[in-house]
Design a protein around this ligand. Sequence first.
Ligand code: UN1
Length: 475
Amino acid sequence: MVKKNLIGGAWIDAADPIENRNPANPQDLIGLFTRGNAETVDLAVSAARDAFPAWSVASPQLRADILDKAGNLILARKDEIGRVLAREEGKTLAEAVGETVRAGHVFKFFAGEALRMTGDAIASIRQDVDVDVTREPLGVVGLITPWNFPIAIPAWKTAPALAFGNTVVLKCAEQTPASAHLMAEILDEAGCPPGVFNLVMGPGSVIGSALVDHPDVAAISFTGSEAVGQRIAEGCARRRKKLQLEMGGKNPMVVMEDADLDIAVSACINGAFYSTGQRCTASSRLIVHRAIHDAFVDRMEAAMSALILGDPLDPSTQIGPVVSEGQLRGNLGYVDLARKEGAQVIGGAQLQRAGFFQAPALFIGATNDMRSSREEIFGPCASVIMADDFEHAVQLSNDTQFGLSSGICTGSLKYARDFKRRSAAGMVMINLPTAGVDYHVPFGGRKASSMGSREQGRYAVDFYTSVKTAYCFAG
Ligand code: UN1
């Protein structure tokens, strides 16, 4: 049976369904998913627009109850949803169940936030005038999400949007619709009124553009590639739409001469290769102090050869496949490029087995100006760049167009403190992988990584509401 779009509380078929297949085993068909078009977006936006007046003034208790129930349903079904997620995206079952739990917690966190839409009361400079600042929802918001976190990212955009009284049209990634579809079923079951949450699946070029162009969509939140983000930013600027973009990273992990190498190697293996490196927060530039460079590389090589690649559903697997054949080709192209640019490549070959498997790769002797050190690969590949001292490491780490996440492994409080202050990134990790974030604190970056206000935690309210300043003189 073809999985349908959710529009105005009804499951509606479009046409031209797409097959969703397992990247570890292309014989495994997860399901058929309908593909919407510009008319489907029109229907979904009108349903969301019609639902907005009632939802925007609904009791925060009602909104909190629905979000809490959705969170509980996701948590109760974490193993089943995690399995579907692992099959469609390729991350390991443990990672997929972990991501599902994260999504459940996100809904429960924002259930609480629905009750905390606070404002300010400020004394006016004028006699007998009161000033207050309140927050109001924006209207219909369009959410566009990527394939690499097929339930967590839909959850962390949808939950705050709904908590603060907006209505939603979600367009999930075409490669991974099953997890978002399960989330839509759960929101429906949790009692979300018709039209408050709508799901439209289909190609980004059609659905995403129709959402950006639609005059009744007040704001767009997008996570995905820089190239698509750029087009969305241009479309939103033309229509003066509120916008939040989360895009790429080329996240540095500095390893200082006084680092605990056990911690450093484990942070780098996790940050660079877990989730097959398919995280915008992945550690893709390992900036290593000259004094421990060779020892670090030896330890990394040993740890890499011990990694178990395989079927994500096998509990012993640590690294699953790349998400698609196209993505794998792109990664292999970067491995060739790194070699041509003069790096010594360890690993990086495609595995001779069914599915899109690639051995993790290190580009040793890389320099920070190589293309392979500057462009986001979004696969299990990391450059190792040598640094002369702390100053050099800080300079290299900030010398990138991106600024999402950064990390340092060190035993020194001074290095840690200085790095935390001087790193030009939105998130800084000390003795921890650059990827793998908490769900209740702000997420986002600087420079080409992000645009607009932060996602997640208490800061999410800034994007999903508009501030009103009211002056009152009672006579
Ligand atoms: C994480 O590292 O835990 O698309 C989250 C991404 C990010 C999420 C990373 N937006 O990879």
